[in-house]
Design a protein around this ligand. Structure first.
Ligand code: PXP
Length: 239
């Protein structure tokens, strides 16, 4: 079964809006795991407008499922990840001012940079994943970075789903087949939702894990966290 990792950045965003500790990020992460999520994802950004660097260290001892830290590998980010020692680090090429991640890596032009950063994490025993779009050259070249996994950037799939889901999924199937052939394991994320997740999971072979934040937290406003997590897991049940 594909694992569900819940991105809890949005919970931190609500907390940060008032400066206090409501909602409590640590409690939310505990509850999310107890409600059945198989992982917790955080994405600390340099301005700390979502999850803060301290949050990551505070979360470390209570995350008993898979802990995934994603972000752009600045020196500060690399040091944080090496200190927190998550199960997985996902490298994202987002500039500091980006509202959210909006592109995958160009693995051709960033090859030696990625090799260096991935080498540091691998040496520390942390599984690596790189955020990537469906460009086949980028995927082919991702092998040379020595990453364990790729995370497919699913925003274009989500954007095209309502109009023509077969057309929207086609490049992702091709990308996933290539990745599998060359030995890369596959995660996916961005704009996945109760509307589009089931079809994606059914159509993408070898999918290991999805990380979902925005839509899941929005759904939780109506359904509550426990029911929402169950609903997302239901979408991932059957291949
Ligand atoms: N994967 C990566 C690399 C991301 O940056 C994000 C957003 O922070 C997600 C997945 C989750 O996207 P969404 O919040 O749209 O579910």
């Amino acid at each position: 079964m594909t694992k569900l990792s819940v991105n809890i950045n949005k919970i931190a965003t609500v907390r940060n809006a008032r400066g206090g500790n409501m909602p409590d990020l640590i409690k939310a992460a505990k509850d999310i795991q107890n409600f059945g999520a198989e992982g917790i994802t955080v994405h600390p950004r340099p301005d700390e407008r979502h999850v803060r660097y301290k949050d990551v260290l505070d979360l470390r001892p209570i995350v008993y499922t898979e802990f995934n830290i994603e972000g752009y590998p600045t020196k500060k980010f690399i040091d944080l990840v090496l200190k927190a020692k998550p199960n997985q680090v996902t490298l994202v090429p987002d500039p500091p001012e980006a509202i959210t991640s909006n592109a995958g890596w160009d693995t051709v032009n960033n090859l030696s940079f990625l090799q260096d950063v991935i080498g540091q994490f691998s040496e520390a025993g942390i599984r690596t994943s790189i955020f990537i779009d469906t460009n086949l050259e980028n995927i082919q070249n991702a092998v040379k970075t020595n990453t364990d996994r790729i995370e497919l950037y699913t925003e274009p799939y989500a954007a095209g789903y309502a109009k023509n889901k077969e057309a929207a999924i086609a490049p992702f199937i091709e990308a996933a087949n290539l990745a599998n052939k060359i030995g890369l394991k596959i995660n996916a994320g961005h704009d996945l939702s109760l509307e589009n997740l089931k079809f994606f999971n059914e159509k993408i072979p070898f999918l290991k894990e999805v990380s979902i934040g925005h839509a899941l937290i929005c759904d939780a406003l109506y359904l509550g966290l426990e029911k929402t997590i169950q609903e997302y897991k239901n979408q991932l049940l059957k291949k």
